[in-house]
Design a protein around this ligand. Structure first.
Ligand code: PXP
Length: 238
């Protein structure tokens, strides 16, 4: 299981004072030195954290993979095609939300998402769809030629009882198996942290986990390299 780091929250702190520090690009480069496999940023319509300059600098400077999260809008699609990340992850986006809430409804937005995928493919950019662990959504993702799905792990992460966590893990496991059978690559993320990763790592066939909040929060106390290394150790050894 590979690990990619979402550095949006570094930009959130920077923007809180309208200054230049802390710099998300520096965070990404330090995380790469600690062995991270990829960098994730979400370029939001309202630019509340990451801005276009950050994305372009990351494209120039990082040596791992850039995964650009974006809503399927014309404006951001143009930027994505111009920047050329290795992977675009299409996510739902609401202005009022604190963070991405729930997965994309691919079934109800099939023609928009199909067109977005096909445009990105023209630029040799692979595409992932951020969805709930739901077989019907996975089937449609494969039908419209998505390369990956990213399974939303929010319900698993927020489960308040062991039983609820176990049930959701089962739903994720079944979805991952199904996606694998259809030839999709499989990422996962949202709410994964230093505790629940010990259980989550047992799921087979997840190619990569995408983690932001937990690692960035820990890095305030131990530094970003140490925070990344601790997560890696848990992914590898439990
Ligand atoms: N994957 C996607 C698609 C996301 O939108 C987010 C949140 O930005 C994450 C993963 C990471 O979630 P967290 O910050 O809770 O680790």
């Amino acid at each position: 299981m590979r690990l990619s780091l979402n550095v949006d929250h570094i930009a959130t702190i920077r923007n809180a004072r309208g200054e230049t520090q802390p710099d998300p690009v520096t965070a990404a480069l330090l995380a790469e030195q600690a062995g991270v496999d990829g960098i994730v940023v979400h370029l939001r319509e309202d630019r509340r954290h990451i801005n276009e300059r950050d994305v372009r600098l990351l494209r120039e400077l990082i040596t791992t993979k850039l995964n650009l999260e974006m809503a399927a809008t014309e404006e951001i699609l143009k930027i994505a095609c111009d920047v050329g990340p290795e992977l675009v992850t299409i996510v739902p986006e609401k202005r009022q939300e604190l963070t991405t809430e729930g997965g994309l409804n691919v079934i109800d937005n099939v023609s928009l998402i199909r067109d977005t995928i096909s445009e990105l493919h023209k630029y040799d950019i692979e595409v992932s769809l951020f969805i709930e662990p739901d077989i019907r959504q996975i089937d449609v993702a494969a039908e419209i030629e998505s390369d990956f799905v990213e399974i939303h792990t929010g319900i698993f992460a927020n489960a308040i009882s062991e039983e609820e966590q176990f049930d959701e893990l089962d739903r994720i496991r079944t979805s991952v198996k199904h996606a694998k059978k259809l030839g999709l690559g499989i990422n996962a993320g949202h709410g994964l942290n230093y505790q629940n990763i010990k259980v989550f790592r047992e799921i087979q066939d997840v190619d990569e986990v995408s983690i932001g909040h937990a690692i960035i929060a820990r890095s305030v106390f131990v530094g970003i390299k140490q925070a990344v290394k601790e997560m890696y150790d848990l992914i590898k050894f439990g």
